[in-house]
Write a protein that binds this ligand. Structure first.
Ligand SMILES: [Zn+2]
Length: 456
């Protein structure tokens, strides 16, 4: 009996190692296909240079939708369609400007600024007022009696002690999101926000602000770190007034689309795996890392599985989501329709953290599912992924997770440079590295293959 158990044990072991060999060979094929014949980098060039920034509602957004539809077909999807959704239509409306006067100097000094997304404009005459600096919401509350009629300058620093920079972002982004309304509550006339970045340049970073509808809406701009430090040092010594002119406004909601491609499952066509990134991007740049990289990686997973003649057991959907940056209406629509149609979604993977060297995945699901994912790490280590972090998903798949409890994951690349470019005019094709972009796509394709083969 003991002998039989040993023999059975050995059989089981050899079955496991045979499966691991088969999997490691398949992942090697995936990697070779992407590293030798990859289209992600060329696709990114095309998207960023021929279309550029793709703000929701802009003509470039519609061009990008048509581009995505075509690229899905070329990459080999069995089916491609557009999923319509209502989207907000905010426009920047022109060049954002700001300047200030220092005593004894004749000409005003210019600040390099950008209006926050969704913010209202100042009107053609601009706004000029004395600046009051606060380093936190606590300080705003402490100074609330002094705010009326002034421009509030939120000089909250991106925390340098977090090693993962997304934690610094999560910590600081409240000032961009809620700073304008909280200042308006005490009578501020405009807001200046220190950019959420560690970048050593002086380039300002935009991103969505969210007004509280019960309070007056006031204009809001971001400044880069050098200008933030300059304002701070001057304000230590003297009072200054800043002039701001911005032109943002909301037009009526318009129509946008998620672009969806599908490889239909051979065994479980009714069970869906979603992989995606967002097609829209902020306007001052080309949206290369955010999230052009995710768009072309998504497409590359499709192209590679198809090129290798892989027939998935489950249906795999490749989704380029609409309107992540200032509304997530695409993500909401995708989840809403999945729920209304009673679809079964077994897994969703998002890529929206830049085209940098992959290091891991984040995962939100049950402990058993997490254990299964972690058991695959040895297969991914040769391609750079060495950890599955607890938690993770992303703005585009969170609604699916909420609606259907779908387990979700996100590609987690190295984060050190992401916020140098995030929502800034430096988020351009030239700042994406071909190899790093491709390695992200390899690990995504490998994970999708493993989930498809074994389920979760
Ligand atoms: Zn993004």
């Amino acid at each position: 009996m003991r002998k039989l158990l040993i023999v059975l044990g050995l059989c089981k072991l050899s079955i496991i190692s045979f499966a691991q060999n088969e999997d490691s060979m398949m992942i090697r094929h995936i990697a070779d296909e992407i590293l030798v014949n990859g289209k992600a980098y060329d696709n990114l060039h095309d998207l960023t240079k021929n279309i550029g920034g793709r703000l929701t509602g802009s003509p470039q957004m519609y061009k990008a939708e048509a581009w995505g539809q075509k690229a899905m077909n070329v990459s080999g999807a069995d089916k491609v369609w557009l999923q319509e959704c209502k989207v907000p239509h905010w426009i920047r409306g022109g060049k954002d400007e700001a300047s200030f006067n220092v005593k004894m100097k004749k000409n005003p000094a210019k600040l390099d600024v950008i209006a926050l997304g969704n913010s209202i404009g100042t009107g053609p005459k601009g706004v000029s007022a004395e600046v009051i600096e606060v380093r936190s919401f606590d300080e705003l509350e402490a100074k609330k009696e002094e705010i009326k009629g002034k421009i509030v300058f939120y000089n909250y620093k991106f925390n340098p002690t977090f090693i993962r920079t997304f934690l610094s972002y999560a910590d600081a982004v409240q000032y961009r999101g809620y700073g304008p309304s909280r200042a308006a509550k005490y009578g501020a006339v405009a807001v200046i926000v220190r950019s959420m970045t560690h970048s050593t340049d002086n380039i300002p970073h935009t991103g969505a602000t969210r007004y509280n509808d019960s309070l007056p809406k006031i204009p809001a701009i971001a400044v880069g770190l050098k200008d933030a430090d300059l304002l701070d040092s001057i304000l230590q010594k003297q009072k200054i007034s800043v002039f701001i002119k911005t032109n943002g406004q909301f037009l009526p909601d318009t129509i946008g689309h998620n672009v969806i491609g599908e490889l239909t499952g051979t065994e479980f066509p009714g069970e869906i795996i979603t992989v995606g990134g967002h097609l829209d991007s902020w306007d001052p740049a080309e949206g290369a890392h955010d999230d052009g990289a995710g768009v072309v990686q998504t497409m590359e997973v499709l192209r590679t599985l198809k090129a290798l003649g892989y027939h998935p057991r489950h249906t795999i959907r490749f989704v380029l989501f609409a309107n992540e940056e200032n509304g997530t209406r695409g993500a909401d629509k995708y989840a809403e329709e999945a729920k209304a149609k009673n679809e079964k979604h077994i897994f969703a993977l998002e890529t929206d953290a830049g085209g940098f060297t992959p290091r891991g995945f984040g995962f939100t699901g049950s402990p058993e599912q997490m254990a299964r994912l972690r058991s695959w790490i040895p297969l991914l280590i040769p391609y750079g992924v060495y950890e599955i972090e607890d938690g993770g998903g992303g703005a585009d798949i969170d609604p699916l997770n909420k609606a259907l409890n779908t387990p979700m994951s996100e590609l987690a690349p190295d984060t050190q440079r992401y916020f140098d470019y995030h929502h800034a005019r430096t988020d351009v094709f030239e700042n994406v590295n071909k190899r790093e972009l491709e390695l992200g796509a390899i690990n995504m394709a490998a994970l999708i293959y493993l989930v498809d083969k074994y389920g979760l």
